[in-house]
Ligand binder design. Structure first.
Ligand SMILES: Cc1cc2nc3c(=O)[nH]c(=O)nc-3n(C[C@H](O)[C@H](O)[C@H](O)COP(=O)(O)OP(=O)(O)OC[C@H]3O[C@@H](n4cnc5c(N)ncnc54)[C@H](O)[C@@H]3O)c2cc1C
Length: 378
């Protein structure tokens, strides 16, 4: 099948890779950089390039339903994909472990209920009490009442994943166009293809299938088809700011000493994630993110709230030096649960609206697309 994937973020790349490796003829169309789309802000990155890469599947707050199933499927697929890619020389750094701190008694009870749920019996989850938290280096917020630890969730390097998928797909024959798609047209009766993708720079290409994974760019392509506008497929931006910080050196230990982290992985506090980066500056660096700001404007107040962990930042965190900051936009479906995986018309698939979990959900989304394409041609 000739498939055109619109959008080269993580979801589009994962989809193009999966289809290409399964023997389809795939063309990926990724728009050239347009600073005005990012609000002209020098620290703005496109969606997938801004992600911290946390995979939160087993600690998800529900134990059934579509979102739960997609998360479990995706976590398992990431593991398979990393091994498959490693066999062909493409590595994706993965740091296992995630500790979700309970900031109040309700959260603690929720964690206890989650662990007691029969659907999670087989999962590698543990409840950590205060003594265990107090032993951690550096200190987690003193107000934490306990925590839910998942050994199977963790953090994946999203940029490395994109590079690995792109290189491996190219080796299998993926064609990538650095172009912006201006419009989609259905040509059901034309020979040689059902969809025409008009390119902004002129010309276009034909495909049996179009997969729309253009993030926030999807609205513009769907509206003229009468599918968006007030329709259920619209997405809206939610901005996220993040920081790379560096812990102060321990004067006693000397300038070359590695920073001690006895954390079991990334740590999450009231939806803010702290991600140790053992690979950077002798392990002294870590990522902190991200704010949740509806719209496209970043505010200093939200960044400050993040920096101070909403008032709960331990001393070492308050002392940490800012190395870099960045921001990105997440595509949130309007009035619908994320993600949007929909067959919109014959040969037109939407894989978008991944909001806060596009890194986690990219493999399950790609698998869904492959099922649609292959199921229809079986
Ligand atoms: C600060 C921050 C932290 C995050 N942390 C996490 C995390 O820890 N874990 C997690 O799972 N998720 C996280 N996310 C969310 C995640 O980044 C998104 O869900 C994900 O990037 C969505 O991927 P995508 O491929 O759908 O969209 P995008 O990455 O936005 O890609 C869409 C692509 O489509 C292209 N495009 C648009 N229109 C056109 C057109 N007309 N023609 C051609 N190309 C087009 C764009 O250039 C873009 O590259 C975070 C997001 C932010 C902002």
């Amino acid at each position: 099948m000739a498939v055109a994937v619109v959008g080269g973020g993580l979801v589009g790349l994962a989809t193009a890779w999966r289809l290409q490796r399964r023997g389809h003829q795939v063309q990926l169309i990724e728009a050239p950089d347009a600073p005005e789309e990012l609000g002209g802000c020098p620290t703005a990155l496109r969606g997938s390039r801004a992600a911290l890469g946390l995979l939160m599947a087993q600690v998800f707050h529900r134990s059934s339903g579509r979102a739960w199933r997609l998360r479990q499927q995706s976590l398992a697929l990431w593991s398979q994909w990393r091994h498959e890619l490693a066999e062909r020389g493409q590595s994706i750094p993965w740091r296992p472990g995630l500790l979700l701190l309970a900031a109040d008694p309700e959260e603690l009870q929720r964690q206890q209920r989650l662990l007691a749920d029969p659907a999670r019996r087989q999962l590698a989850l543990q409840l950590w009490g205060r003594e265990r938290l107090e032993a951690l280096q550096p200190a987690v917020p003193a107000a934490a009442l306990g925590g839910l630890y998942s050994a199977a969730d963790g953090q994946l390097d999203a940029q490395a994943a994109m590079a690995a998928l792109a290189a491996d797909a190219a080796a299998a024959g993926l064609i990538t166009h650095r172009e912006r798609v201006a419009a989609l047209e259905s040509r059901a009766r034309a020979p040689g293809g059902r969809w025409w993708l008009a390119l902004e720079a002129g010309g276009g290409l034909e495909a049996d299938w179009v997969v729309l994974s253009a993030g926030l760019g999807g609205n513009r392509l769907l509206e003229p088809l009468g599918l968006a506008g007030a329709s259920p497929w619209r997405v809206e931006p939610v901005l996220g700011q993040a920081l790379e910080l560096e812990r102060a050196r321990d004067a006693e230990a000397g300038p070359q000493a590695a920073a001690a982290w006895t954390w079991p992985g990334a740590v999450s506090w009231r939806g803010i994630n702290l991600v140790p980066r053992p690979d950077l500056a002798n392990g002294r660096r870590f990522w902190l993110g991200a704010t949740l700001e509806p719209g496209t404007s970043a505010t200093a107040a939200a960044l400050e709230g993040l920096r101070q962990l909403e008032g709960a930042a331990p001393e070492w965190l308050r002392q940490a030096r800012e190395v870099r900051r960045w921001q990105g936009l997440r595509p949130r479906p309007v009035g619908r649960p994320a993600p949007l995986l929909e067959a919109l018309a014959p040969g037109l698939l939407l894989a978008g609206g991944h909001y806060r979990n596009g890194v986690l959900l990219a493999p399950a989304s790609a698998a869904w697309v492959a099922e649609q394409v292959e199921g229809a041609s079986a």
